[in-house]
Design a protein. Structure first.
Length: 592
């Protein structure tokens, strides 16, 4: 396949795996200083720490979705198992999670070097390819972002599975079949895109004209069937299969710009945002580069190189499509794709590029070429390091996103949400209002209602925001309970201002949404007494007592009602005794 190099391979290439490992760790281990960026890592690591910190929950990792919440279609137990190891070693410190990502990337690069040699590339090309994969800024995003752990794992295990399969087909040693099966299973349980690996392997068999009806391939296919049957069963019982409108062929079509964008970013990985959006410039550049590459493939005369290029293209497309099958409803106002998603597809693209380049371009005595390669490697490395700084913390991350695309509403919202976690409600509100001015979403309205209520005590404004959010589909128990609480609190405020009819209406709304709420029923009774409707007030107090039998205030109110209004001494005495049993004291009747 490859022409004889113009110069002999340097002796140091025998240490290629060690050099690749050291280079990758040197470049990426400094990410241990990075923190959480509060894009899924706060949920996966911080919110789930109690589950992650106990090894006994390994079984639960295989029986729930990636968030331990049955709230998503993502089934990635191996990712959570790796997080468990981190949690037991380093608690909630982000350093251990970033360090593990860096180590996994280093292992993936060394494994890639091994695979490229098995595919037929010369050692120098395999080394160059692995180094490029190691230092490429686009790969850095999978290392820098903790939740990209699944991409690192599926790539590492997928490489090991493919390499073991090639060795098994060549040597027929059972140990390679076992290694292939175990690593394929690990890849599959790391990320769903691994489901396509067997089809890729079959494509390789066909290209290499491996007989498909012999004992070796029957054993291989049999192992695939067992692994996939187990994975399918566990996934089926573990995740929520509701269609939320974000998955499907329509999403694939909308995400088509991902392909040329990924191609262009491979050659121009500079000025990379952390949460990219489709751009006309990169889309057109990607289309142009693709056309040039296809032309080079057609003109390539070496049969072996052509096969490798075709195989690389299939790899690239195969692992791009699963990422394109999902498109968030908010994509137009947030990130339309994430950089870490190119990690596994780029291995295929790297195969295409290596197959196109002659060895003489890499091994050369010409100082100009050597300097050129050195400068390129340095520029890529510096860019990768610079990109790491954008993942320093949530403020750096979302600040970078906003600077790159200030028109994206969700970037401002996520920045504000981080300040909310810091209990800085003022900045939370500022970013929320910017987000809402760019594009209104029910979640924005709901959160603005929270700010109006908590920070400004503006109950009428909070009520309008909450009502609008709930009317437009924002739901959940927390939202429902907060709305009821707002209605009760705002009705009390209206009552104190003398707006009795409005207070009654607002309190009724609380009771309509939560019929069992004792405080709403009691307060409504107080408001009704104020406007002279004592009988209705008494029914509300009885309802409050029914909902909460230990409510002393309701007993006292009923005692006074029966004593002074309807002149029923027995009833008044009974409620007076109940009031004292509950430890009630005081003379005034006021809203809770």
């Amino acid at each position: 396949m490859n022409k004889k190099p113009s110069a002999p391979e340097p002796s140091w290439l025998r240490y290629s795996p060690l050099l690749i490992l050291l280079l990758t760790l040197l470049l990426h281990l400094p990410t241990a200083r990075l923190g959480f960026v509060y894009l899924d890592d706060d949920i996966l690591v911080l919110s789930n720490h109690e589950k992650l910190s106990h090894i006994s929950n390994v079984g639960q990792a295989f029986r729930s979705d990636a968030f331990f919440a049955n709230m998503s279609p993502y089934y990635r137990p191996m990712m959570n198992v790796s997080f468990m190891v981190d949690a037991m070693a380093g608690g909630t410190s982000p350093a251990i999670y970033h360090t593990t990502n860096a180590v996994l990337h280093a292992l993936a690069c060394v494994s890639l070097f091994w695979l490229l040699e098995l595919l037929g590339f010369s050692r120098v090309k395999a080394f160059a390819g692995a180094v490029l994969f190691s230092i490429h800024p686009m790969m850095g995003h999978a290392v820098n972002w903790i939740p990209a752990r699944g991409d690192l794992l599926v790539a590492l295990f997928g490489i090991l599975s493919f390499g073991s399969l090639i060795r098994y087909i060549k040597e027929t040693k059972p140990v390679y079949l076992i290694a292939h099966s175990l690593s394929l299973a690990a890849a599959l349980f790391s990320k769903e895109s691994a489901v396509l690996f067997p089809f890729l392997f079959i494509g390789w068999f066909l290209l290499k004209k491996v007989p498909l009806r012999n004992t070796r391939t029957l054993f291989v296919v049999g192992s695939w069937l067992m692994i996939y049957a187990g994975w399918f069963y566990l996934r089926t019982i573990s995740i929520d299969h509701r269609d939320d409108g974000q998955l499907g062929f329509h999403a694939l079509l909308k995400n088509m710009p991902f392909l040329p964008e990924a191609v262009a970013r491979f050659f121009f990985p500079f000025g990379l945002p952390v949460t990219p959006v489709f751009s006309a410039g990169f889309t057109l550049a990607g289309i142009g580069i693709t056309a040039v590459l296809l032309g080079m493939v057609v003109r390539k005369r070496e049969k072996g190189a052509t096969y490798l290029m075709l195989f690389g293209m299939v790899w690239f497309l195969s692992f791009c499509f699963p990422n394109m099958y999902v498109r968030l409803e908010s994509a137009n106002d947030s990130f339309e794709y994430l950089l870490h998603r190119t990690y596994l597809p780029y291995i295929g693209f790297l195969i295409v590029v290596l197959a196109l380049l002659p060895d003489s371009w890499i091994i050369t005595k010409r100082k100009v070429n050597r300097w050129g390669l050195g400068v390129m490697a340095l520029v890529l490395s510096v860019t990768t390091v610079a990109q790491q700084a954008k993942y320093q913390d949530a403020i750096s991350y979302w600040g970078s996103a906003i600077r790159y695309a200030p028109e994206k509403a969700w970037f401002h919202y996520f920045m504000g949400r981080y300040y909310f976690k810091l209990k800085d409600n003022k900045r939370f509100g500022d970013y929320l209002r910017v987000a809402d001015s760019l594009k209104t979403y029910p979640e924005f309205r709901y959160q603005l209602g929270m700010v109006a209520m908590i920070e400004n005590k503006d109950y009428d404004l909070a009520y309008r925001y909450y009502s609008d959010a709930l009317k437009n589909g924002y739901g959940g128990k927390e939202a429902h309970d907060n709305f009821v609480g707002l209605c009760i609190e705002s009705s009390s405020d209206l009552f104190k201002k003398g707006m009795y009819e409005k207070a009654i209406s607002r309190c009724k709304e609380a009771l309509t949404n939560d019929p069992g709420n004792a405080v709403a029923a009691y307060n409504l009774g107080i408001y009704l007494v104020t406007i002279g409707e004592k009988q209705r007030a008494a029914s509300m107090w009885r309802r409050a007592l029914h909902n909460k039998p230990d409510m002393a205030a309701a007993c006292r109110s009923l005692c006074l009602y029966y004593q002074y209004d309807v002149k029923k001494a027995d009833s008044a005495a009974w409620f007076a005794r109940e009031f004292k049993k509950l430890g009630g004291t005081g003379e005034l009747i006021s809203p809770q």
